[in-house]
Design a protein around this ligand. Sequence first.
Ligand SMILES: Nc1ncnc2c1ncn2[C@@H]1O[C@H](COP(=O)(O)OP(=O)(O)OP(=O)(O)O)[C@@H](O)[C@H]1O
Length: 237
Amino acid sequence: MINIEGLVRRFGAHTAVDQLTLTVAPGELYALLGPNGAGKSTTIACLLGFERPDEGRAVIDGIDVASDPDAARSRTAYIPEQVSLYEAFTGIENVAYFAELAGHPRSREELSALLSEAGLQADAHDRRTGTYSKGMRQKVGIAIAQAKQAQVLLLDEPTSGLDPASAHEFSTALRRLRDRGTAILMATHDLYRTMRDADRVGILVAGRLVEEHKTSDLAEHDLEAMYLRAVGAVEAA
Ligand SMILES: Nc1ncnc2c1ncn2[C@@H]1O[C@H](COP(=O)(O)OP(=O)(O)OP(=O)(O)O)[C@@H](O)[C@H]1O
């Protein structure tokens, strides 16, 4: 469960996140849209304990992240745009390491099954991750989230730059995690993936949540028109 309550984060005179309140339930995938600089990454950084809120709280499974970042992080997996792995280690070794660190050691068979389930082809499991493509790294990120039994998954523009087939495979793996009860918050610019994968969508503009809807209540062109209107680019539509 993710609870963001009245979150404010300022950098000098600039308010990057402005009174943001947002909840993501277990088994829910929430897409956070917004133009560059809207405050999406800063919000995620507060949930990870990398940034401290000036006001309000970021809460993971009842734990205030700023008060106990280690306990919050043990329940959280994070997939940034570029997943960083130990390049000299294989895919299996990377997942093994992160699973063990989280207190969930796994057998080789389990690790291999997790990677396959995340969509990584079997012949890559024992290759050094230094040779992996971006899409393959994202899949390792999903396998790590599953291996450490993270209740919360945070993603920052995970599908940007992935080819359509890789993005599709990634989405399938993501939805599977969601269906197993993970609360997922994804910052993204991808309206198509948002409509396909997300249960709810919020639009952040200048740090403020200006729209929030169930995707089932929207058609794809509605979301695009709403987004353009929200960011003040309606003439461009
Ligand atoms: N450490 C920092 N110091 C000063 N300003 C910062 C810092 N981090 C972020 N900002 C500013 O806060 C605002 C929000 O940035 P943020 O990266 O959260 O936006 P974003 O929605 O993730 O954008 P993008 O889509 O480009 O990733 C921006 O104006 C940014 O320049």
